[in-house]
Design a protein around this ligand. Structure first.
Ligand code: G3I
Ligand code: 9MR
Length: 561
């Protein structure tokens, strides 16, 4: 009997646009021909394997099967002359429509303080978790006006990840990424409906979903001084239980400079976007701007309030052992907040706070490195800026193009044609978000000069995340054929439903084993296991989903034209 070996042929398991470059990566053969077969086994295309110029991180030679010339919509698999066959995938103009929506809908499933009704959540309906209307001021956050014993309401928001805490730092880059998608592709995003409770209210659903978290973020600011609490959290992580069963006391903990600046950036960006929805949300844009301005002021007065959990636990009780999101360099957070405040207000004071170098260095952003979020906004809004701002945005454009060129070159040097696969340094905790954010950077650059290689390399990162990678997994739950079934995600583990909640991007390969779960391989690009205990490779997180949302929706918007 002939056993198909889908793992030996890495394809984008979701599929390809008819007009796009289409390649599969073939492991362990000696060349020869390949075919595309349809579901009945009929041959629809024939090609010749080409020896790849680059080896994998494991040092393996690969072959590429290029079927770009097959432009006929349909369902296909790649088949080799030895009988090996890949998973089936689609070629279609609509191939990413469902994934694009599901990646945003995933945020709905992360909502705190609301029951998920069957009408919207299907079989993943669940009870409300965390009303968060009775949140305690942790001693680390106490002030004269809000002493220990004060109770505040801090409802809504998204759970950060596989855990049920809500962290401002991580919400910051997440919101910035989603709001940037809206600013870059607003006409497309107006057409995307998600079947969430707000659908039909004349506000694009991407913004409806983002507002669930925005309204929570607003409650994290101390109205008495403008400072923003670092996080809203239990003292310790819960077990793997459903949200409504997780009822331990919740605290807001220590105001921090990083959280306050990320908040200021998000509120400034929200203010300019929500101005156009003033009839639906009267006064909200103004509230966001006011919140941003007072946060900025607090950060200027408290520029070194770093969140250091170990130190905090030496002084205060109860000890807090949940996610830290610690960052002892907030120069990039200052840049992001100043940039958003300047773009929204056009006030030259914030421009002078920007301090962009003569040859600025643009990096792919992450939760701890956010200056590029501000640079994207300056570039995107260049036409509306004052002359000095335009000059700076011009320098930043050059730097962004430079970054995109180097990502394209990295992609060409890697076996999977994607920049992440070029260097083991990329394969850190949450590496899939590194790949997605590289794709976002390429799209942000593409919007400036429409260079085809930028879009093609962004699509290669989507291929990577969808199965064309060192493990052969499609890293998004519910999509592709071989995708994670056991993410470190409390609702997905505890709900008794076999399929995990869909549309979630897992962290991905990371040889660090910080969770002490033995991995089948520690080759950086292969260091992954679909095990719900393995939080260093198989957790999900809002800041990892957000760049996936941008990448797949941005590509779909560009292709839909
Ligand atoms: O940046 C360095 C890199 O220079 C170095 O080569 C590499 C070697 O391991 O490490 C890199 O730093 C890693 C960093 O993530 C990268 O962002 C750290 O080792 C790693 O420990 C750190 O992990 C963070 C993790 O929390 C532990 O603090 C993740 O970024 C962060 O996404 C994750 O966030 C958690 C929250 O705390 C709690 N909620 C879930 C969430 C997702 O797992
Ligand atoms: O579930 C937690 C996850 O969200 C975090 O990313 C991770 C690292 O901080 O910690 C997880 O919680 C584990 C804890 O650190 C150690 N005991 C087991 C917990 C659940 O697996």
């Amino acid at each position: 009997a002939c056993i198909a070996q889908p793992d030996k042929i890495r394809v984008n398991q979701v599929g390809y646009y008819p007009s796009a470059d289409k390649t599969a990566i073939v492991l362990s053969v000696e060349g020869g021909s390949f075919t595309l077969v349809d579901a009945t086994g009929r041959v629809q295309f024939t090609g010749t394997l080409k020896e790849g110029a680059n080896k994998t991180m494991a040092g393996q030679t690969v072959w590429t099967a290029d079927f770009s010339k097959c432009k006929t919509p349909g369902r296909y698999a790649v088949k080799l002359s030895n009988g090996d066959r890949s998973y089936f995938f689609n070629i279609s103009d609509k191939v990413y429509d469902n994934l694009a929506k599901a990646s945003i809908k995933a945020f709905y499933y992360q909502r705190a303080s609301i029951p998920l009704r069957e009408k919207y959540a299907g079989k993943w309906q669940r009870e409300e978790g965390h009303a968060d209307d009775h949140v305690l001021i942790h001693p680390s956050a106490a002030t004269v006006k809000r002493p220990v014993g004060t109770v505040i309401s801090s409802a809504r928001g998204w759970y950060d990840a596989g855990d049920y805490n809500k962290y401002i730092v991580n919400s910051g880059i997440t919101m910035g990424t989603l709001l940037s998608l809206y600013e870059d592709f607003s006409s497309y995003m107006k057409t995307v409906a998600l079947n969430i409770p707000e659908t039909g209210n004349k506000v694009p659903d991407l913004l409806n979903e983002a507002l669930w978290n925005l309204r929570w973020m607003l409650t994290m600011q101390d109205p008495n001084d403008g400072g923003v609490y670092h996080k809203l959290t239990n003292a310790a992580f819960d077990g793997m239980i459903m949200p409504d069963k997780a009822v331990k006391p919740r605290y807001v903990v220590a105001k921090s400079t990083a959280a306050t600046l990320d908040f200021a950036a998000v509120m400034a960006q929200s203010a300019r976007i929500l101005k156009k929805f003033n009839t639906t949300f009267p006064g909200l844009a103004d509230s966001c701007l006011r919140a941003s301005l007072s946060a900025w002021k607090w950060a200027k007065a408290n520029p070194r309030a770093y969140y250091q959990q170990n130190k905090l636990n030496q002084t205060f009780e109860p000890a807090v052992t949940t996610g830290e999101y610690g960052d002892n360099d907030v120069s990039d957070e200052f840049i992001w907040a100043a940039a958003e405040l300047y773009v929204t207000t056009k006030d030259g004071h914030y421009l002078s706070e920007l301090r962009v170098e003569r040859n600025p260095d643009i990096q792919v952003p992450s939760w701890a490195q956010v200056k590029t979020m501000g640079y994207y906004s300056l570039i995107r809004n260049k036409a509306s800026l004052t002359p000095n701002g335009q000059a700076i945005a011009g320098r930043l454009q050059t730097a962004l193009i430079h970054l995109a060129d180097s990502l394209v070159a990295d992609g060409q040097r890697s076996a999977y044609f994607t920049p992440i696969s070029n260097s083991p340094k990329n394969l850190i905790w949450g590496s899939n978000s590194v790949a997605a954010n590289q794709g976002v950077a390429l799209l942000e650059a593409y919007l400036n000069n429409r260079k085809p290689s930028y879009l093609a390399t962004a699509m290669a990162t989507l291929n990577y995340l969808s199965g064309c990678n060192g493990t052969g997994y499609c890293y998004v739950t519910g999509y592709g054929t071989k995708s994670p079934l056991h993410p470190h995600h409390r609702p997905s583990v505890a709900d008794g439903i076999v399929q995990p909640i869909p549309g979630l991007l897992v962290g991905g390969p990371n040889p660090g084993m910080q969770d002490h779960i033995q991995l089948p391989s520690i080759v950086p690009g292969e260091a992954y296991i679909d095990d719900d205990r393995a939080y260093a490779v198989n957790e999900i997180a809002i800041n990892w989903n957000a760049p996936l949302v941008y990448l797949v929706n941005g590509i779909n918007a560009l292709k839909a034209k």
